[in-house]
Design a protein around this ligand. Structure first.
Ligand code: 5GP
Ligand code: MN
Length: 338
């Protein structure tokens, strides 16, 4: 059924660890997205059916639109409950690391996970995983961690344990990391697995509405403002840039997730192959980049903004404000590459 399966050695090693564990904890990256939340909650749901106690920890708040993913209310937010999260990690007998490749990506949890006595399993799809897990299932060729996790669950012989809520969690990540199957979506396995998840009751239509077509009035106006007033297009460089300052975000009562997808929008312009979005946070600027074809925004983000990601979707950050100087750096690096 599935062409690109997980190697038998990794599956065996994971199964051995699972068999020995009763207090399992999952951790995922900061500002958890659909793939991070979906993979964590799906793993928990399947393991619970196997009688395992699994706690999902997120390093910070789950964005409002993702709070409706089945089981999201059960996740422990380490920003609100730091001591509880620390205790859970210390006392876990297995740590499952989902959707990140480097410990710094889990923010305040990184030190705790690094020194935890429990063995670690990494299930992820980012390039270049750090060497911190006993079992490392890293598949940059797969479009989402949820897709990797589906294959892992298959490999463990537990696909029948995916119930409707777990199927919805998995499909959420598969859809959000591919822009509802519009990029990184040429893998036939993606559709084979989607068909199975829909068969299990996952309601793709309602996931689509929830994750892609639900916006508060403020967020709609913020995105419209960003494009109308703040988008700069540089046809000569094949580039576009959007910046939003703290004041602008406050004006539209910005909450996490409100600008999701905004960075993709300029790629609709035929001249644009590379799009950058700078959003001012408290004391630093979050960088988000997208590209088409072979333009490596992950290299740009790691060279200039201490970040990384995938060839066509990457991010990073820098200290300061999204000022003109930074924009120039951004485009000089583009020029070098052309
Ligand atoms: P987004 O633009 O949606 O925030 O992030 C797109 C992708 O870029 C993420 O899936 C992640 O792989 C990567 N990414 C975003 N921010 C960072 C960052 O600060 N550091 C690293 N290493 N990767 C990031
Ligand atoms: Mn992901």
């Amino acid at each position: 059924m599935i062409e690109n399966t997980i190697d038998a050695k990794s599956i065996r090693a994971f199964r051995e660890l699972l068999d020995r564990s009763s207090r399992i904890v999952t951790v995922t990256h900061m500002a958890p997205d659909g793939d991070a939340v979906g993979s964590s909650l799906a793993f928990r749901a399947v393991m619970q059916r196997m009688g395992k106690d699994v706690t999902v920890i997120v390093p910070d708040m789950i964005a409002p639109l993702l709070r409706k993913v089945p089981g999201a209310k059960e996740a422990v937010d380490a920003t609100r409950y730091p001591d509880f999260a620390a205790k859970l990690i210390e006392e876990a007998d297995l740590l499952v690391c989902l959707d990140f490749n480097a410990l710094h990506r889990i923010g305040r949890l990184s030190g705790l996970v690094e020194k935890a006595k429990a063995p670690k399993v990494l299930i992820d799809h980012h390039l270049g995983p750090e060497d911190f897990a006993q079992v490392c299932i890293s598949r940059p060729q797969d479009s989402s961690t949820c897709l990797v996790l589906c294959k892992v669950i298959c490999g463990l012989g537990l696909f029948s344990e995916i119930d409707k809520p777990a199927a919805e969690c998995l499909l959420t990540g598969m859809m959000t990391d591919t822009g509802n199957f519009s990029y990184n979506c040429q893998d036939p396995d993606l559709y084979t697995i989607t068909a199975e998840l829909v068969r299990k009751g996952a309601d793709k239509e309602s996931i689509y509405r929830r994750q892609f077509e639900t916006h508060s009035e403020d967020s709609m106006r913020l995105n419209a403002y960003a494009i109308l007033e703040k988008m700069e297009v540089f046809p000569k460089f094949g580039a576009a840039l959007i910046t939003l300052s703290r004041d602008e975000l406050n004006r539209f009562k910005y909450v996490k997730g409100d600008t999701e997808g905004l960075v993709n929008r300029p790629l609709a312009i035929p001249e644009v192959v590379y799009s950058a979005f700078l959003r001012e946070e408290d004391g630093y600027v979050k960088v988000s980049m997208r590209s088409l074809g072979n333009f490596p925004v992950n290299e740009l983000c790691s060279e200039h903004f201490g970040g990384g990601g995938h060839l066509n979707a990457a991010g990073g950050e820098f200290k300061g404000t999204p000022a003109v100087g930074q924009q120039e750096t951004l485009f000089r690096s583009t020029l070098k590459r052309k």
